[in-house]
Design a protein around this ligand. Structure first.
Ligand code: MEV
Length: 452
């Protein structure tokens, strides 16, 4: 069967499934069964998902977990987290509980400005272009009025438009660099519509006045939003840091600060350190229907703002107080996009008390800081594998189709033993060969034999 197809998008859902199954799968019935297993029996709900994107053939599930006990600026929150990685939700919950007893998280929004650009070339005199821009600047605002009217009524809109001469970087290259306030909307559609209108105005006015050729290359928002910044912080006396641990608060604080400093100076470590932060951030961003790719791109660019990739978080010990904080750009929305469409997103936002975009920025920043705290706490004390493998135990058991009884027996056993893939597989094999002795139930037909 040919792997090339024309007119694919015009096929019905079942025709698309038939094509992909016939073209790519050996066990066609099995492939179809799996795809169907993930459809929603509620037709309306399924149609909603079908229509989020093109060529939908089924749904791809991620677990939605919750991490309770987050105290943020004196209010309690339970975080909704959509993530597949074991131990992230458990780590978030642990960090939340830890800081709940120590005053909780303090957050503030530093700024909410978003950016968009019209990229264009001009081969005439740059002085003429600058003068032209000054003369027509108000037209950009006037022409965009039909787009900005409603946003302005609510207190947002276009903040400013600047002409930027980038000809040192690239021959004839200029930009209209515009800044926006989009309130509770992430604002991508609003910004892009404004920018496309700016481009139209620019071309029209240039054709009337300018001598040289002006050519618009593209108009698009930027996901780099260093002026859409939020800060999250925790602090407590150093001696309050230990919790039933063998090391002192001072020892822990010193090691923790050292771990953060390493991520500040060493890019290889900084990437992993920041990945841990993004474990928390992405999970809440995804659960609340925001664009995690945009957030990832913007955050990692911000981590390189000095020219060297570095840690997003910082820590210090001053006058006996341990302080751990982070500032990062988060362009989030709580209206528009998926937020009004996806039932689980609506549910997640309600769980968070229907936050404004500013509140959501603070909640998400806390999820990142908490996750980073939990990771560094494990890394600098027990090591990450102890907790991680405990959480991973269930994944290994599921991989080998362990039944409820086997899960129960082995979870109990590995409470006191070190979890490793081979140790779990061996234990499962032993249990199965001795079932009736260790296990109250015989393995079911679906049991696969573990192979390492
Ligand atoms: C794993 O998903 C995240 C960590 O690697 C983060 C870190 O090293 O700080 C544990």
């Amino acid at each position: 069967m040919s792997k090339t197809i024309t007119g694919f998008s015009k096929l019905s859902k079942s025709q698309k499934i038939n094509w992909v199954v016939d073209t790519y799968f050996t066990n066609k019935e099995d492939a179809k069964r799996i795809l169907k297993q993930y459809w929603n029996t509620n037709e309306k709900l399924q149609q909603l998902h079908d229509e989020f994107i093109e060529n939908t053939i089924t749904n791809y599930y991620l677990p939605l977990g919750i991490a309770p006990n987050f105290l943020i600026n004196g209010a309690m929150y339970t975080m909704p987290m959509a993530i597949e990685e074991s131990s992230v939700v458990a780590a978030a919950s642990k960090a939340a509980k830890f800081w709940l007893d120590r005053g909780g998280f303090k957050t503030s929004v530093i700024s909410t400005t978003k950016v968009g650009q019209v990229h264009f070339t001009y081969n005439g005199n740059s002085g003429d272009l600058e003068l032209f821009f000054k003369q027509i600047k108000t037209r950009f605002f006037q022409d965009a009025k039909p787009i900005t009217k409603n946003m302005e009524k609510r207190g947002g809109g276009i903040i400013d438009i600047e002409l930027k001469n980038k000809t040192n970087a690239l021959k004839n290259y200029y930009q209209l660099h515009a800044t926006f306030e989009t309130l509770d909307a992430m604002g991508a559609n609003f910004i892009n519509s404004c920018l496309e209108q700016f481009a139209t105005t620019l071309k029209r006015e240039a054709s009337l006045v300018l001598k040289g050729d002006l050519d618009v290359v593209m108009s698009i928002l930027s996901n780099y939003v260093p002026e859409c910044l939020v800060r999250a912080e925790v602090s407590c006396p150093v001696e309050d840091l230990t919790e039933g641990s063998t090391i002192s608060g001072q020892e822990f604080a010193n090691k923790f600060v050292q771990a953060v400093t390493i991520a500040e100076v060493e890019p290889y470590r900084a990437v992993t350190h920041n990945k841990g932060i993004m474990n928390g951030i992405d999970a809440v961003v995804l659960a609340t229907g925001n664009d995690f790719r945009a957030i990832e791109a913007g955050v990692h660019a911000y981590a390189s703002k000095t020219g060297e990739y570095s840690s997003l978080s910082h820590a210090e010990i001053k006058d006996g107080i341990f302080k751990f904080w982070m500032e990062l750009p988060l362009a989030l929305g709580t209206v528009g996009g998926l937020t009004g469409l996806h039932p689980l997103v609506k549910l997640a936002l309600e769980l968070l008390g229907k936050p404004s975009a500013k509140e959501l920025m603070q909640i998400v920043a806390v999820a990142g800081l908490a996750q980073n705290f939990a990771a560094l706490r494990s890394l600098t004390t027990t090591g990450i594998q102890q907790g991680h493998m405990k959480m991973h135990l269930m994944n290994i058991l599921n991989q080998f189709a362990a039944n409820d009884n086997e899960k129960q027996v082995l979870t109990k056993r590995f409470k006191t033993e070190t979890v490793s893939h081979s140790a779990v597989v061996e234990a499962l094999e032993n249990l199965r060969s001795n079932y009736g002795f260790d296990s109250a139930q015989p393995p079911t037909k679906s049991h696969k034999s573990p192979k390492v």
